[in-house]
Design a protein around this ligand. Structure first.
Ligand code: GAL
Length: 672
C-alpha cells in the first residue's frame, strides 16, 4: 500500500446529525482546518442505512462521501455489523448471542451477535454488498473498516455444532481427542463428538484441553466471520483493502492469525494518562508494548484507529490530557511504526452512553476549544513529518507473545492461582530492552525468528516441540536467548512434558528445573550476585524456581530459604550463541542492568546510550525519535526537546542529524 502521507482523522458518525445540516457543514470546515485526511465512516449506522428489512437508505451516505472527498478527506468505509438494528434482532432471535450459562441475550448494547448464525451472516453480506456496489469504487473510499472491535463468544446450539465440527477436523477420532485432553482424569472420556459442550459455569470447566480448544475455536470462528465480511465486499470489489480495529491486549482473538487475513492492522488505545501511581513514561511504555504488538502482527506500518483526544467517560476516573500530551501520544504512535492516527470520535455525541467521551469537536462546537486546538496542531505536525510514512522497522530483539501460551498459562491451576501477572512479566523485559534503545517486536511460535539477534521467552509455559527446535537452532547459530521460570512445561494441548524441563532446552540453557515455590503477595526471596554488572542484591517474587546447574554459569543465586545457593540467573554458551535463564521475577528496576549486559554481549547497538529518565527512544527505518514524557524541557545529545515534545534524528554518514524538533504546545485558561 503506498503511503505518501500520514493519515489523520477520526470515527465519523454523521448518522447522528442528519437533521442538523449546519453541523454537517461545520464538520467539513473543521476537518480541513485540523488537517484531517481520513475518517472511518458509519461504523454503527446500520439502522439508518437499512431502517426496515430490505429497504436501503443510502442517499445521505452518498452525499457525505462526495463532500468528504471534495474536501480532501478519504474514507475508511465501515461495515456496520458491530451493532444490529432492532428489527433484525426481533425478527431473527438466532442472531442474538447466548452466554456461557446458556441464556440468550435480549436486544440491546452492541458487539453481541452470534458469529455462526447463517441469518446474521446473510444479512451482513447483503448490507456489505449494498455498500460495496454503491460506494466501493468511489475514489474517496481507500479502505474498509470491517465491523468494530470483533470479540466475545456465543454458546448457542449453532456454535456448539460448529465447535464439534472444528474438533473433529482437528483430532479426527474421539480417542485422539480424549488422549490429547487427558480425559481419563475423573472419568471425563467423551464417547463421541456429539457429547462435547462448550465450557459452562454449571457444566464442564476443569478439562484444560477443552477450555484451550474452545478459546482457539472462538478465535477461529470470529476470524471466519471477519473473512465472510471481507469476501462479501471482495465479490463486488476484488481489490478492496480491509482492516480491523484490534483491542488492548485482547485475549479472545489470536491477532497473529487475524492479521494474515487483512491488509492493515490497527488498534484502539485508551491509556489512563496521569495516573498518580505511575509516571507518564510508564503509561507510555505500556502503550508502547501494544503498539509494538500491532506492528508485529503484520510486520508493517499500522494505524491507531481510535484514541481519545481528552478524557474518556468509561474509565473509573476519566482525566483530561494535560496540554501537549495528546500530541505526544500521537508522536509516540508514529515513532513506533504507525502511518495513521485517528480518534474516537470526530464530534461528541449529544446523548446516550458516550455523550461525555471527549471528541475532536466538543459540545461547545468551538474551534478555540483546547482539545480541538491541540488536535489541529497535531494535524500540522503530522503533515510536516510525512517523510516517515511507510518506513519499516529493523529486526533487533523479539519477545515471544503467543495467544495459546497465554490461554494455557492463565488457566493452568498451578502454583499460583491468584494471578501470574503475565503482562507485568512482559513489561519488565520490554522496558529493560527499550531503555537500551533496542527495537522490540513480538513473535509467536509460528513466527520466523531467524532475522533477530535476541529472543526473549518470558513464561513460555506452553512450548511446542517445533518452536523448541527453532530456539535451539537460533542459539546454535549465534543468537541470544533469554528464557524465564515456568517455561517449557506443557505441550500444545496442555499435557505436561515428561522428562527434564524446560522441555528440549536443558542443554541449551545449561539448567534443569527441579521444583518451583510460589510466593504470597509481598513475599520475596533475596538473591545476590557477584559480578559487577548486575546488582549485588535483588528480590525474587511471585515464583521461585529451583534449578540444577547443568553447565550454565550462575550470575545471581538465591540467598535465603532452603534453596539458598540455587541459581536465580544463569548464562550458558551453546554453539555460537548464549542462553540466559531467569529463575524468578525480580523488581522492575533489575531488568535495566540485566538487559544492558545482555544487549552489550549480544552486540545490540544502543543509540544514544543511556537516556535521561523520562525520555523514550524509538527507531523507525532511518529515523530515531526521542520523546520527552516530562513537563519540562530535556536536553539530549545537544538538542533541547520541548516539554512533552519530540525530536526526530536521521542517520547520516555514520552520525545523527536532528531533522525535526517539535515546538511546545502551550495553552493556558487565563486571559482568554
Ligand atoms: C471503543 C469503541 C468505540 C468507542 C470507544 C470509547 O472500544 O470501538 O466505538 O466506544 O471505545 O472509548
Amino acid at each position: 500500500m503506498p503511503h505518501s502521507v500520514l493519515r489523520y482523522g477520526a470515527d465519523y458518525n454523521p448518522d447522528q446529525w442528519l437533521d442538523r445540516p449546519d453541523i454537517l457543514e461545520q464538520d467539513i470546515e473543521l476537518m480541513k482546518k485540523a488537517g484531517v485526511n481520513v475518517v472511518s465512516l458509519g461504523i454503527f449506522a446500520w439502522a439508518t442505512l437499512e431502517p426496515e428489512e430490505g429497504r436501503f437508505n443510502l442517499d445521505w451516505m452518498r452525499s457525505i462521501i462526495d463532500r468528504l472527498y471534495e474536501a480532501g478527506v478519504s474514507i475508511d468505509l465501515a461495515t456496520p455489523s458491530g451493532a444490529r438494528p432492532a428489527w433484525l434482532a426481533h425478527k431473527y432471535p438466532e442472531v442474538l448471542r447466548v452466554n456461557a450459562d446458556r441464556k440468550r441475550q435480549l436486544f440491546g448494547e452492541r458487539h453481541n451477535h452470534c458469529y455462526t448464525s447463517p441469518v446474521y451472516r446473510e444479512k451482513v453480506r447483503r448490507m456489505n454488498q449494498t455498500l460495496a456496489s454503491n460506494f466501493g469504487r468511489h475514489p474517496g473510499v481507500i479502505m474498509w473498516h470491517l465491523s468494530n472491535e470483533y470479540g466475545g463468544e456465543c454458546h448457542c446450539e449453532l456454535c456448539q455444532e460448529a465447535f464439534r465440527g472444528w474438533l473433529k477436523n482437528k483430532y479426527g477420532t474421539i480417542e485422539a481427542l480424549n488422549k490429547a485432553w487427558n480425559a481419563k482424569f475423573w472419568s471425563h472420556d467423551y464417547p463421541d463428538f456429539s457429547y462435547i459442550e462448550s465450557p459452562a459455569p454449571h457444566g464442564e470447566h476443569t478439562v484444560h484441553g477443552l477450555k484451550l480448544d474452545w478459546k482457539r475455536f472462538v478465535s477461529h470462528q470470529t476470524i471466519d466471520f471477519m473473512k465472510w465480511e471481507r469476501d462479501s465486499i471482495r465479490e463486488i470489489v476484488p481489490d478492496a483493502k480491509v482492516c480491523v480495529n484490534m483491542m488492548y491486549f485482547y485475549n479472545g482473538i489470536d491477532y497473529f492469525e487475524m492479521a494474515k487475513e487483512i491488509d492493515l492492522a490497527s488498534w484502539d488505545a485508551y491509556p489512563t494518562w496521569h495516573k498518580p501511581s505511575e509516571t507518564l513514561e510508564q503509561t507510555a511504555a505500556d502503550t508502547a508494548l501494544m503498539h509494538d504488538l500491532i506492528y508485529s502482527v503484520k510486520g508493517e506500518p499500522f494505524w491507531l484507529m481510535e484514541n481519545c483526544p481528552g478524557p474518556t467517560n468509561w474509565q473509573s476516573i476519566s482525566k483530561t490530557k494535560k496540554p501537549g500530551v495528546n500530541i505526544l501520544a500521537g508522536m509516540q504512535t508514529v515513532a513506533q511504526g504507525a502511518d495513521g492516527v485517528l480518534y474516537f470520535q470526530w464530534r461528541q455525541s449529544q446523548g446516550s452512553s458516550e455523550k461525555f467521551h471527549a471528541a475532536v469537536v466538543s459540545h461547545d462546537c468551538r474551534e478555540d476549544n483546547r482539545i480541538y486546538m491541540e488536535c489541529a496542531e497535531l494535524g500540522r505536525i503530522l503533515k510536516d513529518i510525512s517523510f516517515v510514512a511507510g518506513e519499516k522497522r529493523e529486526k533487533q530483539a523479539a519477545i515471544v507473545y503467543d495467544w495459546s501460551n497465554k490461554w494455557a498459562l492463565e488457566d493452568a491451576q498451578g502454583p499460583r492461582n491468584k494471578g501470574l501477572g503475565y503482562k507485568q512479566e512482559l513489561l519488565r523485559h520490554y522496558t529493560g530492552l527499550r531503555r537500551q534503545g533496542v527495537d522490540v517486536q513480538l513473535v509467536n511460535q509460528d513466527s520466523d525468528i531467524s532475522g533477530y539477534r535476541l529472543i526473549v521467552a518470558p513464561m513460555l509455559y506452553m512450548l511446542r516441540e517445533d518452536f523448541a527446535g527453532k530456539l535451539r537452532a537460533f542459539v546454535e547459530n549465534g543468537g541470544t536467548l533469554v528464557m524465564t521460570y515456568w517455561s517449557g512445561v506443557v505441550n500444545e494441548t496442555d499435557l505436561c512434558w515428561l522428562g527434564d524441563t524446560p522441555h528440549q532446552l536443558t542443554d541449551v540453557l545449561g539448567v534443569r528445573r527441579m521444583e518451583i515455590d510460589a510466593m504470597y503477595d509481598g513475599e520475596t526471596r533475596r538473591c545476590v550476585g557477584e559480578g559487577d554488572e548486575l546488582p549485588s542484591s535483588a528480590q525474587g517474587c511471585l515464583l521461585c524456581e529451583v534449578a540444577a546447574l547443568e553447565g550454565a554459569m550462575p550470575l545471581m543465586v538465591y540467598d535465603e530459604d532452603y534453596f539458598a545457593g540455587a541459581p536465580a540467573v544463569t548464562v550458558n554458551t551453546f554453539g555460537k550463541g548464549k542462553a540466559y535463564y531467569v529463575a524468578t521475577r525480580f523488581e522492575p528496576e533489575f531488568y535495566v542492568p540485566l538487559y544492558r549486559m545482555i544487549c552489550r554481549d549480544a552486540g545490540q547497538s544502543a543509540w544514544p546510550g543511556d537516556l535521561p529518565e523520562g525520555v523514550m527512544v524509538s527507531r523507525r527505518g532511518a529515523y530515531t525519535f526521542l520523546l520527552n514524557t516530562l513537563p519540562s524541557a530535556a536536553g539530549v545529545v545537544g538538542v533541547e526537546i520541548a516539554p512533552y515534545g519530540t525530536a526526530i534524528f536521521r542517520e547520516e554518514d555514520g552520525g545523527m542529524t536532528c531533522v525535526y524538533n517539535q515546538k511546545e504546545f502551550k495553552w493556558s485558561p487565563v486571559g482568554r
